[in-house]
Write a protein that binds this ligand. Structure first.
Ligand SMILES: Cc1cc2nc3c(=O)[nH]c(=O)nc-3n(C[C@H](O)[C@H](O)[C@H](O)COP(=O)(O)O)c2cc1C
Length: 317
């Protein structure tokens, strides 16, 4: 598989990004992925700048290769996280952004030689991002774990590829080399995977989280937050069912108030990642969870996915 000029410019061996997952993707995981030739991405989530800075320093101490940071623009700390990323421009090669428009930071990132790659779930958003001058987009389908849009990867990726002239990286529902090859057939130049890396040996999530992903089947995920307007894909459990029941009841009211629903969700990802709390935790994971069968070092995941995709794209089966 010939890497596109854009992927080559990032210094990658494999055109595979490890999604910047809030609470999950720390400096250690990002460094492991980058060391193996993919792009490791630290998930800033809602963390304050000093926490993100610590993870950047950890990644810096573990790898000489470029890595990225995912900035959640709706985080109350977004501004200070952006400044921290800029202060580490010697090592942070890429910023991916979720939830919001990175437009006002594009010039600063460009000056710092940091590539800006927003995650988009629609053609309109992809076009808008191209207009504000980003370097590429991650087109993410609703098969993915975490916050999701409305379209599937299969439908979204080719439409985004047709709509913009910047590189497109496909995400959502890519679990192995078959998914990666399919994404390339749809016009993507790279893929981003999250769920598969949840069980990477270097991934810090609680053993209960890993167990839940490994045990999952094709139908083990569900979407919470659809009624409240913030849909997220998680593994089905008591917490997810309680959440949907509550928001559904609220939505049926003449004047819905989702305060209680939001309170239920607060800290639930943290409870899953850190405490492995199967009662009140939200175990964000994608539809490919049913394909994840073993824990492996990140390097092995990258090699396996890339080798399989490469063979398929060369017509070998
Ligand atoms: C636990 C978890 C947390 C995530 N957190 C974020 C996040 O903070 N920001 C973001 O842009 N994407 C986030 N994502 C999405 C991933 O970065 C990635 O795009 C997605 O997992 C790809 O789809 P897949 O799960 O099917 O591999 C998260 C995904 C998971 C599973």
């Amino acid at each position: 598989m010939e890497l596109s000029p854009f992927m080559k410019s990032l210094g990658l061996k494999y055109p595979i990004f490890q999604g910047g997952m809030a609470w999950v993707a720390d400096g250690k995981l990002a460094a492991a992925v980058s060391n193996a030739g993919g792009l490791g991405i630290i998930g800033a989530g809602n963390a304050p700048a000093e926490v993100v800075d610590k993870e950047i320093q950890i990644a810096k101490s573990l790898t000489d290769r470029p890595f990225g940071v995912n900035v959640m623009l709706l985080s109350p700390y977004a501004e200070e996280v952006v400044q921290t990323v800029l202060a580490n421009k010697d090592k942070v090669a890429v910023v991916t952004t979720g939830a919001g428009n990175p437009g006002k930071y594009v010039d600063e990132f460009k000056k710092a030689n940091i590539k800006v790659i927003p995650v988009v779930g629609s053609v309109a958003l992809a076009r808008m991002m191209e207009r504000v001058g980003v370097d590429a987009v991650v087109a993410e389908g609703m098969e993915s774990g975490g916050h999701i849009g409305k379209l599937t990867t299969m439908a979204l990726v080719p439409q985004v590829v047709d709509a913009v002239s910047i590189p497109v990286i496909a995400a959502g529902g890519i679990g192995d080399g078959r998914g990666m090859a399919a994404a390339f057939m749809l016009g993507a130049q790279g893929v981003q995977m999250g769920t598969r890396f949840l069980v990477a040996a270097e991934c810090k999530v609680h053993p209960n989280y890993k167990k839940a992903v490994l045990k999952a089947k094709d139908v083990s995920t569900m979407v919470t937050g659809d009624f409240a307007g913030h849909p997220s894909r998680v593994l089905k459990n008591k917490m997810a069912q309680k959440f949907v029941k509550l928001e559904k009841a609220e939505a049926a009211k003449e004047h819905p108030d989702y305060t209680q629903v939001e309170e239920l969700g607060n800290g639930s990802l943290q409870r899953a990642v850190i405490d492995g709390d199967t009662e009140t935790g939200s175990f964000m994971a994608g539809e490919i969870s049913g394909m994840v069968k073993k824990q492996q070092p990140a390097a092995e995941i990258l090699l396996e996915v890339y080798t399989q995709a490469d063979k398929l794209l060369n017509g070998e089966h």
